[in-house]
Design a binder for this molecule. Structure first.
Ligand code: ADP
Length: 412
């Protein structure tokens, strides 16, 4: 069945069409029919699409809203240029990445009026993300019609197994009861994929699994996974908590918010924006949020603040690994994913530095050889193996969508 997978942002849209069914689940033969992205929706949008394994084609088009973008990509898919599908009737279902499912959505669900209302009710928890996800759902309904099933796959769902000791903040309990203030965690689909894939690669059962996954992209998070379930994760009430990220600070003392607000004459909302958009690698280096550029600056110009940004990034990740080793009483593997985790051997090596006491080591040549490629990078016989596992959220969204549409139960 062809599944259209959509990841809709406020002014962007990433999509894939994946052909999958139960046979594909068993032998990993899911097929990428086409994929692409649209950016700067709302004005002269920039798009880049690819059918199958063909060349990417790029262009610009005036796309005033998400509906126009969905219409545009679907026309391309069946038109002479894309031609990946004969007609839109070949799309059997649509799977959406939805950032926040609150406490209500603990697994992927078929979208009906009640689910739409549920997603709307979580908007106050994810004001930046859920409205965009909803726009995507409405756009598909308008263009493909209500008969095409749509499924929501939540970024928070995988973390619904967090125990209270991990998800509650040590603040008055009434704030949790009254306003749902707690840690939710994000990137769940990525951690879940890496966890599933590691079990498959190593032939480990769910029950025996005890690993730490690090999703290091523009957003970064760590996850402690035991028995196939998320036991703790570094993002919290919002994606701002935890690791240092491209433009997000990760953990800070909450008392700095008011202090910065007073000193800089900003509102609390503006300070929060500063922690989300102007901090992290960008804030420390004063140069860029892009790890590749920072590594080049550090290497070619020995730029002090670029080096510092990388160092703080790696130190924070190492501290989280240490705390998850403590939370689980050790781990069998540490898995790197995300743009940085998959492609930056230098960062992986620096994060693992000094963790030999915990049986964590990186083999230099294996590390260098695994850029954008799946495999083990620790030496033979290491107590805690280190792996690179390129994430594939779209695949999991497509498979979940298939399962929900066909009423197939799955464990998370
Ligand atoms: P997103 O979280 O937006 O999906 P990605 O997972 O694509 O982002 O990660 C983007 C990050 O990955 C950027 O910081 C980018 O510099 C980094 N990255 C991508 N390729 C490399 C590379 N070869 N070396 C170092 N960093 C890289």
């Amino acid at each position: 069945m062809n599944i259209l997978v959509l990841n809709v942002g406020s002014s962007s849209l990433k999509w894939q069409v994946i052909d999958t069914d139960e046979q594909c689940f068993a032998d990993n033969t899911d097929r990428r029919v086409a994929r692409g992205q649209v950016e700067r929706i709302g004005g002269e949008a920039v798009w880049s699409f690819r059918a199958g394994d063909g060349e990417s084609v790029k262009g610009t088009a005036p796309l005033r809203d998400h509906r126009a973008a969905v219409e545009f990509l679907l026309q391309w898919l069946v038109g002479p240029e894309g031609g990946a599908l004969g007609s839109l009737a070949e799309i059997g279902a649509v799977g959406h990445r939805v950032v926040h499912g609150g406490e209500r959505f603990v697994r992927s669900v078929g979208i009906d009026e009640q689910v739409l209302r549920g997603i709307e009710e979580t908007i106050e928890l994810a004001p930046l993300h859920n409205p965009a996800n909803l726009k995507g759902i409405h756009a598909v309904r308008a263009v493909l019609g209500a008969a095409v099933p749509q499924v929501a796959v939540f970024d928070t769902a995988f973390h619904h197994t967090l125990p209270e000791r991990a998800f509650l903040y040590a603040i008055p309990y009434s704030l949790y009861r009254r306003h749902r203030v707690r840690r939710y965690g994000f990137h769940g689909t990525s951690h879940r994929y890496v966890s599933y894939r590691w079990r498959q690669l190593t032939g480990t059962t769910r029950e025996a699994q005890r690993i730490i996954t690090l999703h290091l992209g523009n957003g970064c998070s760590a996850c402690a996974i035991a028995g196939g379930e998320s036991l703790d994760t570094s993002m919290g009430f919002t994606p701002l908590e935890g690791l240092v990220m491209g433009t997000r600070s990760g953990d800070v003392d909450p008392a700095v918010l008011d202090y910065i607000a007073q000193k800089e004459g900003l509102s609390l909302a503006e300070v929060e924006m500063l922690l989300n958009k102007q901090s992290g690698l960008l804030g420390i280096s004063g140069l860029t949020n892009d790890m590749r550029e920072l590594l080049a600056e550090a290497r070619e110009h020995d730029d002090r603040r670029a080096r510092l940004a990388i160092e703080i990034f790696c130190y924070r990740a190492r501290k989280y690994i240490g705390s998850y080793l403590a939370a689980m009483g050790g781990a069998d593997a540490l898995c790197f994913a995300g743009g940085i985790g998959e492609n930056a051997p230098a960062v992986r090596a620096m994060i693992c530095e000094g963790l030999e006491f915990a049986g964590i080591q990186v083999d230099a040549s294996a590390n260098a050889a695994h850029v954008g490629r799946e495999g083990r990078i620790s030496p033979e016989g290491a107590r805690t193996e280190v792996w690179v596992i390129p994430t594939d959220e779209e695949l999991l969204i497509a498979r979940d969508t298939y399962r929900v549409v066909h009423g197939i139960e799955t464990r998370y």
